[in-house]
Design a protein around this ligand. Structure first.
Ligand code: CO8
Length: 261
């Protein structure tokens, strides 16, 4: 198993939990963190026993308080572009991971932290969650996908307001605008996130992964192309044993036993 310096990767009962682990720096994303997240994602992608990935931050104060400003401070234009490209490559890998992903947002999710949560499929926030894209206050713009994923999630007007003002959004408002799927008590965050993961795990892995592929790729296409993709993914599943099992179990009034084939 790979050893990580800046994160932990735990696996239990089909769920992998990736925890960014730099609590003294509020889990800020350095180059090393991004490189280790990339390796951890490869590990999860390849692990046939893992059905859902949870992404969170250590401690209760911060999910991730952004890219590491101290490390970024002296970068020049070329280095800035390289750092942004690294973050975008890693977060795209996360977005396209085979398995569904849930961000468990504990405390501050600012800048690159908000962008990390945006690259996950689903976001559950503790009552102390706070989202924001404060980059314009630092003389930069969001550089790990915020200008692209935030407007796609909450709409262009709201995304522009959040990015231009750099204002923080508390959990209840984040839920209202669709940035959070659910808000839970601080002490229940991981338990509630695991409960959602367990609901997903009860369904056919091929069905869940096919849905993710169809939604993610379809969002990049015209609706007609997206519908054609949906029909293709839908049809391919009729060649699987899990489709036979799922429908037979319904007719026989029993729970399906999916085998991921
Ligand atoms: N980077 C580096 N260190 C950080 C960061 C950060 N993003 N956030 C917090 N820390 C450090 C603090 O410096 C402090 O360290 P020290 O004890 O050595 O002084 C420690 O963490 C604790 O933080 P605070 O003392 O500041 O804690 P407070 O409770 O007073 O405040 C806040 C908490 C409000 C979260 C505050 O820490 C803060 O504002 N942090 C920065 C938030 C921010 O601006 N994030 C956006 C960063 S930019 C970004 O993410 C761009 C992404 C795209 C990059 C593109 C590349 C070109």
């Amino acid at each position: 198993m790979t050893e990580y310096n800046t994160l932990t990767l735990e696996k239990a009962e089909g769920i992998a939990t990736l925890t960014i682990n730099r609590p003294k720096m509020l889990n800020a994303l350095s180059q090393e963190v991004l490189e280790e997240v990339s390796v951890a994602l490869d590990e999860v992608e390849k692990d046939g026993a893992i059905r859902v990935l949870i992404v969170t931050g250590s401690g209760t104060k911060a999910f991730v308080a952004g890219a590491d400003i101290k490390e970024m401070k002296e970068k020049n234009a070329v280095e800035g572009t390289i750092f942004s490209s690294l973050g975008n490559a890693v977060f795209s890998k996360l977005e396209q991971l085979r398995q569904p992903t849930i961000a468990a947002v504990n405390g501050f999710a600012l800048g690159g932290g908000c962008e990390l949560a945006l690259a996950c499929d689903i976001r559950i926030g503790a009552e102390n969650a706070k989202f924001g894209q404060p980059e314009v206050g630092l003389g930069i713009i969001p550089g790990f996908g915020g200008t692209q994923r935030l407007p796609r999630l909450v709409g262009t007007g709201k995304a522009k307001e959040l990015i231009y003002t750099g204002a923080n959004v508390a959990a209840a408002e984040a839920y209202r605008i669709g940035l959070l799927n659910k808000v839970v008590a601080v002490e229940d965050l991981l338990e509630e996130t695991k409960a959602m993961a367990e609901k997903i795990i009860k369904n056919s892995p091929l069905g869940v992964e096919g849905s993710k592929k169809s939604i993610n790729q379809g969002m990049q296409m015209s609706i007609q192309q997206g519908l054609a993709l949906e029909s293709e993914v839908f049809g391919a599943l009729f060649a699987t044993e899990d489709q036979k099992e799922g429908m037979t179990a319904f007719v026989e009034k029993r729970n399906a036993q999916f085998e991921n084939k």
